[in-house]
Design a protein around this ligand. Structure first.
Ligand code: HEM
Ligand code: HEM
Length: 192
C-alpha cells in the first residue's frame, strides 16, 4: 500500500497552491496594491498635470484598482473552505488517519506533529472567520463585530505566513538529511 493515498496527495498539493495564493493576495494588498500608497501616487501624478482631487477621492480610485485582485482572496477562500472539509473527510481514511505520525517518535518528530496540528487548527479558524467576515450582513452581525473578527483573522494570518517557509525549509532539509525521498513520496505516494 502507498504511504500517501492519491486523495491525500491531491489534497496536499491543492491546499499548498490555495494557501500560497491566499498569502499572495494579502502580500499584494499590503504591498504593490496598498490603497494608501497608491492614493498618494495618484495624487502626485495628477498634480503634476495640474489636476487636483482630494485624498479621499484618490483612495476611492486606489481601492477600485485593488478590488479585482482581492476578489481572488474570496475565490481562494471558498476553495480553502472546500479543502478543509475534504481534509476532515480524509481523517476517516487510512492515509489521513496515520498522517503526521512517525515510526520512531523522537523530540523532533513530536515538534513536527505539533506543528501540523497547529496549522490544521489555524486553517480551520481562518476559514470560519473569513466566511463570517464575508457574510457578516447575512449573519446579522454588526459591522463592529465583523471588524473585531477581521482583526483576529489578520493576527492569526501570521501563523500561516511563518508556517509555509518553515515547512518548505524543514521538508527540504529532512529530504537531504535523514528522510530521503519524503518530497517525492508526497508526489508518487511512496511505499509504506
Ligand atoms: C510547495 C512546497 C511544499 C512542499 C515541497 C511540501 C512537502 C510536504 C511533504 C514532503 C510532506 C510530508 C512530510 C512528512 O512526512 O512529515 C508535507 C506535509 C504537509 N504539508 Fe506540505 N509541502 C509544501 C507546501 C505546503 C503548504 C503551502 C502547506 C499549507 C499549509 C502545506 C501543508 C502541509 C501539511 C498540513 C502537511 C501534513 C500532512 C499530514 O501529515 O497530515 N504544505 N508537505
Ligand atoms: C490561509 C487562509 C487565509 C489567510 C492567510 C487570510 C489572510 C487575511 C488577511 C491578512 C486579511 C487582512 C487584510 C488587510 O486588511 O490588510 C484578510 C482579510 C479578509 N479575508 Fe482572509 N485569509 C484567509 C482565508 C480567508 C477565507 C477562507 C475567507 C472567506 C472567504 C477570507 C475572507 C476575508 C475577508 C472577507 C477579509 C476582509 C477584507 C476587507 O476588510 O476588505 N479569508 N485575510
Amino acid at each position: 500500500m502507498k504511504k500517501w493515498s492519491i486523495n491525500f496527495r491531491i489534497w496536499h498539493w491543492a491546499n499548498a497552491i490555495v494557501v500560497m495564493g491566499l498569502i499572495g493576495t494579502v502580500l499584494l494588498r499590503k504591498g504593490f496594491l496598498s490603497y494608501r500608497e497608491n492614493a498618494q501616487v495618484i495624487l502626485d501624478k495628477l498634480s503634476a498635470i495640474d489636476v487636483s482631487i482630494t485624498l479621499d477621492q484618490a483612495k476611492t480610485i486606489a481601492r477600485a484598482i485593488r478590488e479585482p485582485m482581492w476578489e481572488w482572496h474570496i475565490i481562494l477562500g471558498y476553495a480553502l473552505a472546500f479543502l478543509v472539509i475534504y481534509r476532515i473527510v480524509l481523517f476517516f481514511t487510512q492515509s489521513g488517519k496515520k498522517s503526521f505520525q512517525f515510526k520512531e517518535l523522537n523530540t523532533h518528530h513530536k515538534l513536527v506533529s505539533a506543528g501540523y496540528v497547529v496549522i490544521y487548527a489555524t486553517l480551520f479558524f481562518m476559514t470560519v472567520s473569513g466566511l463570517v467576515i464575508h457574510f457578516y450582513q447575512d449573519l446579522g452581525l454588526l459591522k463592529e463585530t465583523a471588524g473585531k473578527i477581521k482583526d483576529l483573522h489578520e493576527a492569526v494570518y501570521q501563523i500561516v505566513l511563518y508556517f509555509v517557509p518553515l515547512h518548505i525549509i524543514g521538508v527540504v532539509a529532512a529530504d537531504i538529511r535523514d528522510e530521503k525521498g519524503i518530497t517525492s513520496d508526497m508526489i508518487n505516494g511512496g511505499k509504506n
